[in-house]
Design a protein around this ligand. Structure first.
Ligand code: GDP
Ligand code: IMO
Ligand code: MG
Length: 420
């Protein structure tokens, strides 16, 4: 059977931590989309680790970790990440499997990402500049290179043909670059990648399913960044929702059982795009400071705001969430009041659904106010210990969204987790 873990907001909900906490219950963790735009943080034993492409089950020795066909892989980035993870003593060669069908991020994809964002000026998406969009464009445009291609005797020729198109584009945008600065590291990383298990992951995963193994599919980004259902064009270039796990791993829908949806007790967003409950004020500043809301991948300050129920309900609907996990409620401790957005006001009408082209309108959130909670939640390990004011807020959220919150995360560490 397969369970899925994914984010219900704009990413950074705490997926890395939660996957790490759930991994002891699974034989396999498999990433199904995105690439090194992701930054998944894990904390245990007093240390913090950030994973970009490697699945978040890697620190558990029993666990097979698969980078699925839906992921885009930057060999240079992955090499750095593996070398760092290896310093913990974990044998990455033993447990990491890479799909031969995962697409390759080439150095020119990163350059094209930078050039097209520069060209967009103030309308830029605020991409992580990791080459994600150009790589997925080539995938859909049927001109991409895949991890399996690195084993081909004519890989260099394929590489040259692919990059020639990118160079024409870069030249037409008058973008200054020096490809030879990037290529030695790329080809060195390609050789490094060849030492790993490059497999047909859809056969492998389906064999594991047939053997009764338990698989956890790990999403990246969040539902509101989904290419189809996010706030287009301010989105990423893959399907971040449960359906993405089927196409990103080659799993038939009937194998999927639980869908764990993760949400922060408030909202954050990195990059541009609509954010109805954003607090560009002291409250937002306080959330950013107390929540350490700076990107795990780019270090950019994250935009912050109150919990947004219409968008959370939308995300739960799209994903078929069976189990909710709330993270970072400890960050709200000490706030006098905590707000929750119940609906939006658009041109004097109250609406519950996210309108098309939301970025073109002024949306006024309609809020419910709750008394804040006090005390250090991160020290608490049972639901009964949690403050009554927090429970009141959580009961309200659960009643509004109609799905139980089964796990409450009260800190970044593995141990700082409450099962309800
Ligand atoms: P991901 O991309 O969804 O894996 O999330 P990130 O790792 O980018 O961002 C989440 C941040 O919050 C990381 O720094 C985590 O260590 C931290 N974190 C996760 N859960 C909690 C929590 O419950 N409380 C607090 N205070 N921090 C948390
Ligand atoms: P994790 O997995 C938060 C955002 C970028 C930008 C938009 C497009 O850590 O939750 P891209 O580089 O994908 O072309 O950027 O998506 N973004 C993320 N925001 N967390 C992420 O991943 C993100 N990955 C991409 O900031 O707004
Ligand atoms: Mg992140």
């Amino acid at each position: 059977m397969v369970d899925v873990v994914l984010g219900l907001q704009w990413g950074d909900e705490g997926k890395g931590k939660i996957v790490d906490v759930l991994t002891p219950q699974y034989d396999v963790v498999a990433r199904f989309q995105g690439g090194p735009n992701a930054g998944h943080s894990l904390e245990f034993g007093g240390n913090k680790y950030v994973l970009n492409t490697i699945p978040s089950g890697i620190f558990h020795e029993h666990c097979i970790n698969i980078i699925g066909n839906g992921v885009v892989v930057d060999p240079v980035q992955l090499k750095k990440e593996i070398e760092k993870a290896q310093t913990t003593g974990i044998d990455i060669h033993k447990n990491l499997y890479i799909s031969e069908k995962a697409h390759l991020i080439l150095p020119t994809h990163r350059l094209v990402d930078a050039a097209s964002e520069a060209k967009k000026g103030e309308h830029k998406v605020g991409s992580t500049l990791r080459g994600i969009s150009p790589t997925y464009q080539d995938k859909i445009g049927r001109s991409g290179l895949r991890v399996g291609d690195i084993l081909s005797p004519i890989f260099k020729e394929k590489y040259t043909n692919a990059t020639a198109i990118h160079c024409t584009l870069l030249d037409s945008l008058n973008f200054e670059y020096n490809l030879s600065e990037h290529e030695p590291a790329f080809f060195e990383a390609v050789e490094f990648l060849k030492t790993f298990k490059i497999i047909n992951s859809e056969y492998y995963i389906n064999e594991l399913i047939a053997q009764g193994k338990k698989i956890l599919a790990e999403g990246a980004q969040g539902t509101l960044l989904d290419i189809d259902f996010g706030s287009y064009p301010f989105v990423t270039s893959s399907n971040t929702i449960t359906g993405g796990a089927c196409v990103g791993l080659g799993i038939a829908p009937q194998h999927i059982q639980k869908v764990y949806g993760i949400f922060k007790a408030y909202c954050t967003r990195v990059g541009n795009g609509p954010f109805p409950t954003e607090q560009e004020n002291e409250t937002g500043e306080k959330l950013r400071k107390l929540g350490h809301e700076f990107g795990a991948t780019t270090g950019r300050p994250r935009r912050t705001g109150w919990l947004d129920l219409p968008s959370l309900k939308y995300a739960i609907m799209l994903n078929g969430v069976t189990d909710l996990i709330c993270t970072k409620s400890d960050v709200l401790s000490g706030f006098e009041e905590v707000l929750v957005c119940d609906a939006y006001q658009l041109n004097g009408t109250t609406i519950q659904q996210i309108p098309f082209g939301i970025q073109d309108y002024t949306i006024d959130p309609v809020y419910s106010k709750f008394e804040g909670w006090q005390g250090d939640l991160s020290k608490m390990r049972t639901y009964t210990e949690l403050p009554e004011t927090f429970k009141k807020y959580m009961n309200y959220v659960e009643a509004q969204i109609g799905v139980p919150v089964n796990v409450i995360s009260v800190g970044p560490d593995r141990e700082e987790t409450i099962l309800k």
